[in-house]
Design a protein around this ligand. Structure first.
Ligand SMILES: Cc1ncc(COP(=O)(O)O)c(C=O)c1O
Length: 380
């Protein structure tokens, strides 16, 4: 991981706000995922951070990709444009899942030529896919427990287990092929029981489909949700992997392909944000620092991702509770109301936040005229 000394040097060289991506850490995270889940092919959820250099590093490491929009599809597709047509089609089928259960007609029309694997979870989507992307293969997204996840997704997506097999037969009747099942246990899931419950639920749907005569399914996509080690309360990945491997081996024969869509786990620990103090005030007796990055920018995860990032100073010494605000005029631009920082920091001093690679820079805006942080890639 990048050291504080290197960060400071990079901030001086490139200016702030700065977003430093460490590609060694990306490769390490991918290797950890493969090591502990050897049966599972990782499809990186590009939405977590769609920087093309990140996609390239993971692509070269052997990763596949989960995309949820045509622009994300294009980011991945550009690496394979030079392949002969046949190879490219096989590659897309094997390496990309379009895992947005709700797709615009235009996206389906563009996707159809690639014979992609897409997710769905309702009857209207079957009609759309039949009309606009009849060459697509399907994975039915199931609604599964999201208990204890930092970001719940089950209220927005997923077929209820009771209607799952009917939805499989409806797609089959429409002439489409349902190749398997998918689910998402919720992002930053520290309740490992969610995975066990979801894998069991998926196994029941597989069995019911088989019992009723549908035998074309050969894949299970266990989604994202693998937690990043933001703090010590997150138990090690190998413990989660143990639960997942046990349930997969118990319930799914080896011939069933297992996919996953990790986003946060691969990219969160691979980036660090460096910002500069641009203002300092005491309000109601509390010291407030104003920095040149905020929730409309790299710290967008505070709002959209329900994530609290901590700020560190390069200066050592006694600390006190401070507030840290972003640079815009909006009162919503609060990075943190409780940070332990030295009280004697000066304008121009740097602060940094680790483990900020996921759902951060990806949703930066230009609000108030402040541009997104500059991105620097190290260990490429
Ligand atoms: C369909 C889908 N797959 C994968 C992910 C990535 O999840 P995570 O970053 O929690 O691994 C998401 C995140 O919202 C998602 O919606």
């Amino acid at each position: 991981m990048v050291t504080p000394r290197e960060l400071k040097k990079l901030a001086k060289e490139h200016g702030t706000p700065l977003f430093v991506v460490d590609h060694d850490q990306l490769r390490k995270n991918y290797a950890t995922f493969k090591k502990y889940l050897p049966r599972v092919q990782a499809y990186y959820a590009v939405k977590a951070n769609s920087d093309p250099a990140i996609v390239k590093t993971l692509y070269e490491a052997g990763c596949s990709f989960d995309v949820a929009s045509m622009p994300e599809f294009e980011i991945v597709h550009r690496y394979i444009k030079d392949m002969p047509d046949k190879e490219r089609q096989d590659w897309i089928w094997d390496k990309i899942i379009y895992a947005n259960p709700i797709k615009a007609n235009e996206a389906l029309q563009q996707l159809n030529q690639y014979k992609p694997l897409v997710t769905y979870d309702n009857y209207e989507e079957i009609r759309k896919i039949k009309k606009h992307a009849p060459q697509a293969g399907l994975a039915l997204r199931l609604k599964v427990p999201n208990t204890g996840a930092m970001v719940e997704l089950s209220s927005k997506f997923g077929a209820a287990p009771g209607e799952a097999v009917d939805l499989i037969f409806a797609a089959d009747k429409a002439g489409l092929t349902v190749e398997g099942l998918s689910f998402h246990v919720g992002s930053q899931t520290t309740n490992f029981g969610n995975y066990a419950a979801a894998i069991n639920l998926a196994a029941n749907v597989f069995k019911e489909a088989q019992d009723r005569g549908y035998t074309k399914m050969f894949l299970l996509d266990i989604g994202g949700g693998f937690p990043a080690p933001y703090d010590d309360s997150v138990r090690p990945f190998r413990e989660l992997a143990k639960v997942i491997n046990r349930e997969l081996d118990r319930l799914f024969p080896k011939k069933i392909q297992i996919l996953a869509e990790p986003g946060r786990f691969l990219v969160a620990t691979a980036a660090t944000a460096v910002s500069k103090i641009i203002g300092k005030a005491v309000r109601d007796g509390k010291l407030c620092y104003y920095i040149n990055d905020g929730v409309y920018h790299t710290f967008s995860g505070v709002i959209f991702d329900h994530c609290q990032y901590h700020l560190k100073s390069f200066k050592r010494g006694p600390t006190q509770v401070c507030s840290v605000f972003g640079p815009t005029c909006d009162a919503l631009d609060v990075v943190s109301l409780v940070e332990q920082l030295p009280p004697d920091l000066k304008l121009g001093d740097f602060l940094y936040s680790e483990n900020i690679g996921a759902y951060s820079h990806a949703s930066s805006t230009w609000f108030n005229g402040f541009p997104p942080a500059k991105v620097v890639h190290i260990n490429l």
